[in-house]
Design a protein around this ligand. Structure first.
Ligand code: HEC
Ligand code: HEC
Length: 273
């Protein structure tokens, strides 16, 4: 009796090593069966779980419920997982369960830099042997290498400093094309890139739909100073922007004509200089 328990324990470890090795090698499909399981003293709500990651998420979490269904004390001694990216959180070690007591093991998978389907195994060592938990995350594909979109990074950078659009790599699209240009041409390169972009962010307004008086002073102020506390940058040289005074003058002239203060607004592309 004693020896067969030892043998069973040994076989479980052997199976665990095989499974961990296989999953670690190539995100293999999980074994079938994800319903409740009784193993020794513990009843597990499930041993296989799958979850969809949020598009920009860094972690996927899973919760496995367990109950000591025996009439004796039982414990969770520790956990082992197939990669450091996946951690099972225990409130204490050992974690002791009185008869009838329930708890939840939370498993956190770090998915930064991962996409597609990722499967990991956590081996939970109980006072009656090993229970494997299999977690599988479905992670949507994003273009950037670290699971963070370039667009989101741009917006974060601009939130910290709205003038950053004229610096470093941002300048290639947001400042350099404006150099030496005037009027409509300048508007196209400096302003339309955000304001007339087909897929612009929601907070970038349609200039034709602005519900306020739009005189020369208004346009000049917006161009020179932008709007503090928003993503609208200040284009004036004094504020660190790229535009010379003569360029600002030409832009104000164009804006007055393209977005008349009253009456029907012309589409910017339709008005000729
Ligand atoms: C390769 C060209 C390019 C570079 C480089 C670039 N942007 Fe943009 N940016 C765009 C375009 C195009 C848009 C219009 C929205 C769109 O189509 O994504 C835009 C829009 C924006 C917007 C308006 C919000 C939005 O997404 O609609 C902000 C803010 C912005 N960029 C900030 C930055 C910052 C900050 C950097 C540098 C860290 C940067 N951009 C680098 C091309 C660029
Ligand atoms: C990097 C993207 C970006 C560029 C480039 C940009 N804007 Fe904006 N603009 C914004 C955003 C974002 C807002 C919304 C600000 C807010 O939240 O109120 C805005 C708002 C505005 C407003 C409305 C402000 C109000 O009264 O509510 C005007 C006018 C405007 N921009 C003009 C311009 C002009 C002119 C240019 C070119 C010189 C320009 N913008 C270039 C992003 C941009």
């Amino acid at each position: 009796m004693h020896q067969s328990t030892l043998l069973a324990g040994f076989l479980r470890w052997l199976l665990l090593i095989v499974v961990l090795g296989r999953v670690g090698a190539e995100d293999a499909p999980p074994p079938s069966g994800s319903g409740p399981v009784r193993n020794g003293s513990f009843h597990w709500s499930s041993t296989v779980q799958e979850a969809k990651a949020e598009p920009m998420g860094r972690f996927v979490t899973f919760a496995f419920g367990l109950t000591n269904v025996s009439d004796q004390t039982a414990s969770i001694l520790g956990t082992e997982s197939s990669c450091e990216c996946t951690v099972a959180e225990l409130p204490s070690k050992p974690w002791v369960f009185a008869p009838g007591e329930s708890g939840t093991i939370h498993v956190r998978m770090n998915i930064v830099g991962r996409f597609g389907t990722v499967t990991k195994v956590v081996a939970v060592e109980t006072s009656q042997g090993i229970q494997q938990l299999l977690v599988r995350a479905k992670i949507p594909v994003t273009p950037a290498p670290f699971n963070v979109s370039p667009r989101k990074m741009d917006m974060e950078a601009a939130r910290k400093d709205r003038q950053v659009v004229f610096k470093g790599g941002c300048a290639a699209c947001h400042a350099l094309p404006a150099i030496g240009r005037h009027g409509k041409d300048l508007f196209t390169k400096a302003c339309a890139i955000c304001h007339l972009a087909e897929h612009r962010a929601e907070m970038v307004p349609d200039l034709a739909a602005l519900n306020r008086p739009k005189d020369a002073a208004y346009w000049r102020d917006m161009v020179l100073h932008g709007r503090e506390g928003t993503l609208m940058p200040a284009f004036g040289k004094e504020a660190g922007g790229p535009l010379e005074p003569a360029q600002v003058d030409s832009l104000v002239e164009y804006l007055l004509q393209a977005y008349p203060a009253a009456g029907a607004n012309a589409k910017p592309g339709e008005s000729e200089r």
